[in-house]
Design a protein around this ligand. Sequence first.
Ligand code: PHE
Length: 347
Amino acid sequence: MTDLEQLLQAAQAEFAATSTPAELENAKARFLGKAGRVTELLKGLAALPVDEKKARGAEINVLKSGIEAALTERRQALADAELALQLKAEALDVTLPGRSRGTGALHPITRAMARIEAIFGSMGFDVADGPEIETDWFSFSALNNPENHPARSMQDTFYVDMKDEGGRYFNLRPHTSPMQIRYAQAHARRYAGQDHMPEIRVIAPGRTYRVDNDATHSPMFHQVEGLWVGENISFKDLKAVYLNFITAFFETDQLQLRFRPSYFPFTEPSAEIDIMFESGPLKGRWLEVSGSGQVHPQVIRNMGLDPERYIGFAFGSGIDRLAMLRYGVNDLRQFFDGDLRFLSQFK
Ligand code: PHE
């Protein structure tokens, strides 16, 4: 092996021993740098006789190209290794389980309301919405419940420190019944002076307020008002509609309905509606779910309609109570505590 071949092998070995680009550059300098071994050889050419110079020079150039090729190869190998390392460090493990944000869910009362709206919707009832801060007239007087009448305490509510035009306090509506008046008045106005008025068939679900607070009463609760007024609507229609609703809501016809005589100033006659399941955990107990009755002629008049011509029924059911029965919840307050351990069960 010539001295030049040995030098090439030495360079290849030194380059191969480096593990970083900086080390490689240092190794390069030892061969190709200003004081490098190849540079020294080239300088030595000057001392040779002319005829040897040419051949030796060509040999040294072959050596130089060989060293440069080894250098380039090692540079590439080091760069590849570095890239591989970097890719490995930045790698994503796509097989890891995902981190989800968690999906929300509708509140059980919202779900119950949606069911109620869908069921009554299927029976041709419109769905109406109205103010929670009411005037005394809509909450009581228009519903045939005169000022200072003791029946007002049946729906004792919260008063707002603000008075209406008549100097009476506004209140948080104690029931959804004001919506009977609001909806029917608008309907009556719309068809005033016409021979024919379509029937009024509406439900009005929403928040209501009373001075009550225990396991089955909350100061804020939900009701759904129902109203059907026409020229020939009777208690049998109320019974059919309510039975239809309640069997659809609970998805069972294993239940009975009972109308128990009662009193409300705005209906005459009036009845509480009780239901009794014939099977399941609540079997055999009568449960009160709604007030109801035939709309009082004075209320029909306050709606702007002629009580000689129009007649109908109304009911007001507790949505929270229905949701409690449907979902087997025994403390109403759990619906409003906002405890996710409770609420997440309704996903
Ligand atoms: N508004 C009554 C209540 O809250 C219920 C009711 C509504 C009764 C409609 C009769 C007719 O107690």
